[in-house]
Design a binder for this molecule. Structure first.
Ligand code: ACM
Length: 629
């Protein structure tokens, strides 16, 4: 009895003895006060909004609720809806532009906010409080109850982003919109849209038609991106696509309706092979044989961050025509995207062709610089001047720090957080998106199970991301972002698989109070969300259920260490060539493998049932893993 009392005292409303917690929101709100009872949503419910500006969110809610319930809700202006959306008469400063109060009583649901964005996020929380069947798109039966609760909530950061690369793989307008809808449900408010790269130029620029006539298309290839066959001479380029300016306007409007702002990226001066395939005069080599890259290898990486491009993918900083080109691009782009920021890339720019070019050498002489990095600094400054003339602000990857940056530049820190720290200390605004915590293209489970990538990032690691380093003034950290590069992401369903649940962890990093973060508690909510996404038809990875297997060789003895990302899993393994199950040896401490051509097989169980993928490591893989450790 004492124990039970203890449980109720310390976990109020969270775990009522064997029951699932009633309020399971991602991201975790600032404050949740649970009461007794429920609000029951019936067909008699009325949805009302107090001001015209609240109408759109109220209609959105009605549409979301109508499909699965089959209730034909009417939505009208008014003050006494059983479901009421209110824009506050007097601003609540604590809530800011995106915060909300969600007040559920047995009689009504009231969402209040200063701005429509807050109402929208309150609606997203309300949706998560309804039974999972609410995520369905067709009429079903359920007890549509909402627990009595008062939620007061607002975000920790103003920049809560996800980057989608549509160059390496082209996603259609409908797919991009679906992705925007999905991120907005997690209260992300920024889509960084990587529109150009070596593998495709995706935005129509009317004054430069070849960018999409030529640059949006590559030869069709299958298989591992980066190991594909290069284009053959004369081979037709049939694979790709682009967004017309009408498409862009539609997507921007769709994003605005989901309270997502789009930051377009034109990646220059490197990563520009698609532009150069369209207009070869833009690079120093003026090589007319350059094609849009289909995922074949064209670079060498030396493991220490240095690299060499074997095909020219770099714009020429010493050619005035390049700035005329960029002025055309950014003039049109600026009219399409209302966000003040335009991302101009700046990453992984290879300077080898510049070093050999007389024009670049002459420019360096004129600028009185000896370091070729400074040429990129010059280029970026020219680009920033163009943006400023269009009323736009420059944001770029952290490499721009190497060439010297203007005081107004904003830095996106991706090579760890050190660039972000350096920039913030210089007084620049920063978005933190380090590979180590936020790269959604990395594998999230065992690389013998998940499609292999050169690096790994588990959900738990994403969840441990703290965007504000101790040594910097927090005011310079605008927020954070997860990046989905799509070299190995050929379809939207796999984009979902790579994004979720790591994106849920990042959503919480960027929205929730730092003090409220708790991995075990997040795991419960994550698993609850798995069930909801099954109903919604959204894909996600279940890698959190897989064992983490590591090997180490000391004095020619191989030691195996295993772990699990989430609590409560039992790990079973075999080394005798049989299939493991719950009767196999159970892992409880590191062990040495006997000598011999051994294959290790590992499986996780929970409550006596298999739950993770089978992991099989043959002798070679065991050895490689030890070498990589
Ligand atoms: C990057 O990942 N190249 C920014």
């Amino acid at each position: 009895m004492k124990k039970l009392f203890f449980l109720f005292l310390f976990l109020p409303g969270l775990m009522a003895f064997g029951q699932k917690p009633t309020v399971q929101l991602i991201p975790q709100p600032v404050s949740v006060k649970e009461g007794k009872g429920v609000f029951l949503l019936t067909k008699e419910a009325t949805i009302r909004y107090n001001k015209a500006d609240a109408r759109k969110v109220a209609v959105d809610l009605a549409e979301k609720l109508s499909a699965p319930t089959g209730f034909p809700f009417n939505v009208r202006e008014g003050k006494a809806g059983t479901v009421q959306m209110n824009l506050l008469e007097k601003a609540d400063t604590q809530l800011g532009n995106e915060g909300y109060i969600l007040d559920v009583t047995p009689k009504s649901v009231v969402i209040s906010a200063n701005q429509p964005a807050g109402l929208y996020y309150g609606m997203q929380s309300l949706m998560q409080l309804l039974p999972k069947e609410i995520e369905g798109k067709t009429k079903t039966t359920a007890k549509w109850s909402v627990p009595v609760v008062k939620v007061v909530d607002y975000p920790r950061f103003g920049w809560r982003g996800i980057m989608l690369d549509v160059s390496r793989n082209f996603f259609t307008k409908a797919e991009v919109e679906r992705y925007i809808d999905e991120i907005s449900r997690l209260k992300f408010n920024t889509l960084h849209w990587h529109l150009t790269d070596d593998n495709g130029w995706r935005v129509e620029i009317k004054s430069l038609p070849k960018l999409t006539e030529v640059g949006a298309w590559r030869v069709k290839r299958y298989g591992y991106f980066g190991a594909r066959k290069p284009p053959l001479p004369g081979e037709p380029a049939t694979d790709g696509g682009f967004y017309t300016q009408d498409d862009i306007r539609e997507i921007v409007k769709y994003a605005q309706d989901h309270f997502v702002t789009i930051v377009p990226e034109i990646d220059v001066p490197g990563h520009s092979m698609a532009a150069i395939a369209s207009y070869p005069e833009l690079c120093t080599t003026k090589d007319t044989s350059i094609k849009v890259n289909p995922g074949s290898s064209f670079s060498e990486w030396y493991g220490d961050g240095t690299f060499k491009m074997l095909i020219d993918n770099t714009l020429n900083p010493s050619d005035e025509n390049v700035y005329v080109f960029l002025d055309k691009v950014f003039t049109e782009l600026a009219t399409l995207f209302p966000n003040p920021y335009i991302h101009v890339g700046g990453d992984e720019c290879y300077k080898g062709f510049w070093e050999k070019d007389p024009g670049c050498q002459a420019l360096m002489k004129k600028l009185n610089v000896t370091d070729v990095e400074k040429l990129q600094g010059y280029f970026m400054k020219r680009v920033e001047d163009i943006l400023k003339a269009k009323g736009k602000k420059l944001i770029a990857w952290d490499e721009i720090l190497q060439g010297g940056i203007s005081p107004d530049a904003t830095v996106m820190s991706w090579r760890g957080i050190k660039g972000g720290i350096q920039a913030a200390k210089m007084g620049h605004y920063v978005v933190m998106t380090p590979t180590t915590f936020a790269y959604l293209d990395y594998t999230q489970g065992d690389p013998t199970v998940d499609p292999p990538i050169y690096a790994n990032l588990r959900t738990r690691k994403c969840y441990s991301f703290e965007p504000v380093p101790d040594s910097v003034d927090a005011k310079y950290i605008l927020g954070g972002q997860g990046n989905l590069w799509t070299e190995q992401v050929p379809i939207l369903r796999h984009a979902e698989y790579m994004t979720w649940p790591r994106g849920w962890a990042l959503a919480e990093d960027f929205w929730s109070p730092k003090e409220s973060k708790n991995w075990d508690n997040f795991v419960t909510r994550m698993e609850n969300r798995f069930d909801r996404e099954d109903v919604a038809g959204v894909n996600y990875a279940r890698a959190i259920y897989d064992a983490i297997v590591n090997t180490k060789i000391t004095d020619s003895k191989m030691t195996v260490t295993m772990d699990s990302e989430i609590p409560g899993l039992d790990i079973y393994y075999t080394i005798d060539g049989t299939m493991p199950d719950s009767h196999s040896p159970k892992y409880n401490a590191p062990f040495d493998l006997p000598d011999g051509p051994i294959t290790l097989r590992v499986i996780t169980y929970r409550n006596g049932k298999p739950i993770g993928h089978l992991i099989t490591l043959n002798p070679e893989q065991l050895k490689t893993r030890a070498q990589n450790n």
